[in-house]
Design a binder for this molecule. Structure first.
Ligand code: ADP
Ligand code: GN1
Ligand code: MG
Length: 364
């Protein structure tokens, strides 16, 4: 739950013209506190996004905001004079002092974005067209960032997709069993421990130089891209907190995790959780339509593996958080993180059963 905050006071800290009308918690993100605020601007109601950055998760919000400023500036420059460029890339609204964030008296960091209208995010994919468009947009995002000038972006969360480290964190949580929850999650723990060899599926080829580091988004769940209400086109990639050096396949993998199953991430009826091949095929086609010209064969041949790995990794993280007392992901009911872990592991099984067919769809 978001702690009640004085959004009107926050709003006055940003360079917004108009009268504050109100603000409501917004979206279904697990990390930050997001608000949609409305303003009267000369008789027209306009919306803005105000966001409080989660300081437990992001220990250095100023370097994080430095990344986002550089990334959004670069995207804007690449988009040139397209008339719709404020819908195609996030636009930060500066604070009164000219910085891209405001630090409130409690030490909390806030930022403000233009609200992207006539588009929305989806928690569950509705059609292969949406899957195609989402993957196309994330591929384009990677492509536009490929020539970002140095210096290297800050690592906002070190070892974010280091799956062996995620496994080690799980083992530590099992060992500590600080809340006595291990006995509630035995099948999930066994599932995780029996797949240890999967954890190095991308890091090992990366370490021997077969897969390059690129600038990647690292949190490409379906609800981090806005799709146009009319055309369903992927308009704008959002949630840029984890844009940093990574592997392109992490981004494709998280799309497989979030845009192939008809079930919500926290669905309790596991019979609904399944990897649907037509959605996967749409993801491959959409992603290759924009990323195809820079992707190496060593990356292409691991698209299906990436889906399995990232789904497994997020399952590990939900399970670890459940065992540790739900300290990382926001929860809205008891056992929420365990429910989320179960859907991930069910999806891993579904991918395992269809891997040969998935691999045939992205033949090098
Ligand atoms: P979190 O890190 O908590 O996931 P997000 O940055 O993804 O936060 O924002 C949460 C939700 O708010 C998004 O899923 C999206 O629906 C909405 N949102 C975020 N930024 C914008 C924007 N600029 N315009 C419109 N909606 C937005
Ligand atoms: C979080 O911020 P949000 O809700 O888009 C998390 C991702 C997880 C995802 C699982 C910074 O994403 O890594 O994959 O939840 N973001 C962070 O739904 O940890
Ligand atoms: Mg998000």
């Amino acid at each position: 739950m978001n702690k009640p905050r004085d959004l009107q006071a926050i709003s006055t800290q940003f360079q917004i013209l108009g009268e504050f009308l109100g603000a409501e918690p917004y979206g279904t993100g697990h990390i930050n506190d997001t608000y949609c605020a409305t303003y009267d601007q000369a008789g027209v109601t306009v919306r803005y996004i105000h966001q409080r950055i989660n300081r437990t998760v992001f220990q250095n919000p100023e370097s994080l905001m430095d990344n986002i400023r550089r990334v959004t500036d670069h995207l804007r420059q690449k988009l040139g004079d397209r008339p719709d460029r404020t819908r195609r890339a996030l636009t930060l609204v500066p604070a009164r002092d000219g910085r891209v964030f405001h630090r409130d008296p409690e030490g909390e960091y806030w930022r403000t974005y233009l609200f992207i209208e006539r588009a929305r995010t989806h928690d569950v994919v509705q059609s292969p067209k949406q899957a195609f468009e989402a993957a196309k947009a994330f591929g384009q995002f990677q492509r536009l960032l490929a020539d970002m000038p140095l210096p290297r972006l800050h690592e906002t969360i070190p070892h974010f997709h280091d799956t062996p480290a995620r496994m080690a964190a799980l083992e530590k949580a099992i060992e500590a069993d600080s809340l006595g929850r291990v006995s509630n999650a035995r099948p999930e723990i066994d599932f995780a421990l029996s797949r240890r060899s999967l954890t190095t599926a991308l890091l090992e080829p990366h370490r021997r130089g077969a897969i390059p580091e690129r600038i990647t988004h690292n949190d490409t769940k379906l609800n981090n891209v806005m799709l146009d209400d009319d055309s369903q086109e992927g308009v704008c990639v959002i949630d840029l907190d984890t844009v940093m050096p990574g592997l392109a396949l992490y981004d494709f993998g998280d799309l497989v995790r979030t845009a192939t199953s008809p079930a919500l991430e926290d669905e309790r009826d596991l019979s609904k959780v399944t990897m649907r091949l037509p959605m996967y095929e749409a993801l491959v086609q959409g992603y290759l339509s924009t990323a195809g010209d820079f992707l190496l064969d060593e990356e292409r041949c691991r698209l299906a593996t990436a889906g399995k790995l990232i789904t497994f990794e997020i399952g590990l993280r939900f399970l670890t958080d459940f065992l540790s007392g739900d300290v990382y992901f926001k929860i809205h009911r008891d056992g929420h993180n365990l429910d989320r872990c179960r859907t991930q592991f069910k999806l891993v099984e579904s991918i395992e059963q269809q891997e040969p067919q998935m691999e045939r769809l992205a033949v090098v």
